[in-house]
Ligand binder design. Sequence first.
Ligand SMILES: Nc1ncnc2c1ncn2[C@@H]1O[C@H](COP(=O)(O)OP(=O)(O)O)[C@@H](O)[C@H]1O
Ligand SMILES: [Mg+2]
Length: 261
Amino acid sequence: MNSEEKKIILKTEGLTKHYGGVKALHDADFTLADGEHVAIVGDNGAGKSTFIRQVTGVEIPTSGKIYFDGNLVNFKTPADAKKAGIEAVYQNLALADDLDVPSNIFLGQEETYFNLGPFSFLNENKMFKQSIDVLAKTGIKIPDIKITMNNMSGGQRQCVAISRSAGFASKLIIMDEPTAALGVQETKQVEKIIRSLKENGVPLIMISHNLRQVFNLVEKIWVFRQGQIVGCVETSKTDGNEIVSLITGVKQGVGEEASFI
Ligand SMILES: Nc1ncnc2c1ncn2[C@@H]1O[C@H](COP(=O)(O)OP(=O)(O)O)[C@@H](O)[C@H]1O
Ligand SMILES: [Mg+2]
């Protein structure tokens, strides 16, 4: 498959974020084709999360441009990015502990009978049925979706969070360290969802420290170092050594200078 032939869903040009004197992200040119699954890797403090925060409207860039789905965008809030079709799953799960699965899946976008501002009436039956559909789509098995989040394992919780993102008509899903806090089985479950997103043609950006996971799941790897993008390589044309060299800036044996951009 040649990603160059596909429509570009996300493009950043010179994306920069400075916090006072800290150049957290500098001059990032990034491109993602529709349906493409990529990873962003880099050491702690490399600027990965900062990049994601600019793209998802959590913060406003110091300078640079973001194009999404063919339009120049200026997201002011996460809600703006969400409205445009960007769904984000963070390491720190934004789930409501004392609510059940349907309420969490529909958090902030509850199905209503009548949408009259404060007088909205929740259509709980419809939400329940749709939650079952959403979970089935992602292959997640939760025995009883009426139990509340605080009675679930970390893996089940993460799966609900991802289902929430994947279940809606999103044009791009971004995951920041989706399995960092999960066990082996739970990680497998999340990886299964990621594969089903790929099959469904939903593009994905995943930040991960787990190179095994990166090599198994994505077709392209973007490497960040000290606030800059220092490499973009196709997974099939690279190996762990080259990625570690790019991450650290220190060559590990034979490396190709051409991989640096
Ligand atoms: N809100 C902030 N204020 C000041 N410095 C920040 C802030 N957020 C991140 N940084 C700094 O920006 C750099 C990049 O951080 P971050 O994007 O979190 O890295 P990563 O996600 O790759 O670990 C780090 O040096 C970090 O300390
Ligand atoms: Mg981070």
